[in-house]
Design a protein around this ligand. Structure first.
Ligand SMILES: NC(=O)c1ccc[n+]([C@@H]2O[C@H](COP(=O)([O-])OP(=O)(O)OC[C@H]3O[C@@H](n4cnc5c(N)ncnc54)[C@H](O)[C@@H]3O)[C@@H](O)[C@H]2O)c1
Length: 320
């Protein structure tokens, strides 16, 4: 089985993906620096299961530090690049930090891959590259030259940089645009996790705007299944470059989303309305036809099912 390097392996999506690839028999090297965006203990816990598997090796290091790459002596068949500073709003407060990790870090990775003769890459991009457009559903040929946050800009920049390495050196690459991911181990800053925490603390849920903004929430199991399919596809290609949406093709508006979380928790809604935040787009909505056609991606989990899986996981965590 191929040997895969996963950057950002200790994070929400990366840790699920690491477990999936190990279960399929891959050898996995995981790289992560436990970025303080959220607690290291959560990320350590995310890796607990993988660390018991002898086919897994963990390297602690910063992708934006050349020393990390100079001391990395593995020879993977492909890289899945998920390490990033994630989150839209925090990127407005720390644009240089986002640029350093997301863009310079990706640049250093690409040079390392070139020198290590590793020519297959799957990159974790984002639906935020589409900016604020009312043309829905989003398809991959749409213009992405108008990002409305520093985070979105870094993802557009990385996609373009990866394309440059494809043109220059024949890198086989697929940029996967993930649409708001939900499920077990979800990042604490993201909406479902945040709302469950607020509701259980007895606080009102804060709704930014009038509740009509909508997101194409996608269950993490569907996302990692899509990443796995994209990996199998890229391992079989010769000088390929593609950009592909991984979404759910089923947007849920914010008010409906909040009501679903209350319903799953069996509580009466208590909502505090606040003005819209800068950097937030009105809607995300994926056309997933290309992912289906290219490598058989087919999301199967509804938003409500994803919320239930998250809540069940939270409850289990509280018991253990
Ligand atoms: N979760 C979503 O809804 C979503 C949506 C679109 C795109 N994405 C992208 O998917 C990827 C994974 O997102 P996630 O939600 O799992 O986030 P996450 O924050 O849980 O995981 C990212 C991981 O990268 C690591 N990391 C950060 N900076 C690093 C650095 N300099 N060196 C090494 N490791 C570093 C972090 O410690 C973390 O473990 C990111 O690239 C993110 O931008 C996520």
């Amino acid at each position: 089985m191929p040997h895969i390097l996963i950057t950002g392996c200790a994070g929400f999506i990366g840790s699920h993906l690491t477990e999936k690839l190990l279960a399929e028999g891959h050898q996995v090297t995981g790289l992560d620096n436990f970025d303080p965006f959220y607690a290291r203990e959560h990320k350590e816990a995310n890796l607990q299961h993988a660390k018991q598997n002898p086919a897994f090796a963990f390297v602690e290091g910063d992708i934006a530090d050349q020393k990390t790459w100079d001391s990395l002596s593995v020879k993977p068949d492909a890289v899945i690049h998920l390490a990033a500073k994630a989150g839209v709003l925090p990127s407005l407060k720390d644009p240089s930090g986002y640029l350093r990790t997301n863009v310079s870090g990706t640049q250093l990775l690409l040079e390392w891959m070139r020198k290590a003769d590793c020519d297959r890459l799957v990159f974790g991009s984002s639906s935020s590259v589409y900016g604020n457009t009312s043309e829905t559903p989003f398809h991959e040929k749409m213009d992405v030259s108008r990002p409305i946050s520093n985070y979105a800009f870094t993802k557009v920049a990385c996609e373009t940089l990866i394309r440059t390495y494809h043109e220059l050196y024949g890198l086989n690459a697929v940029n996967l645009r993930f649409f708001t991911v939900i499920g077990e181990r979800q990042r604490p800053d993201l909406a479902v996790n945040k709302f469950v925490r607020m509701i259980r603390n007895g606080e009102a849920v804060t709704m930014y705007g009038d509740g009509t903004t909508a997101r194409d929430y996608t269950y993490v199991g569907d996302i990692v299944s899509g990443i796995g399919k994209a990996l199998s596809w890229i391992l079989d290609q010769d000088k390929a470059f593609e950009t592909v949406n991984l979404g759910n093709h089923s947007p849920v508006n914010l008010l409906e989303m909040i009501h679903t979380v209350y319903r799953v928790l069996g509580q009466e809604p208590n909502i505090e309305q606040l003005p819209m935040q800068k950097g937030d787009v009105q809607i995300t909505y994926a056309n997933v036809e290309k992912a289906g056609r290219l490598f058989g991606y087919e999301p199967t989990t509804s938003f409500e099912q994803g919320v239930r899986k998250f809540v069940d996981w939270k409850d289990q965590q509280a018991k253990s």
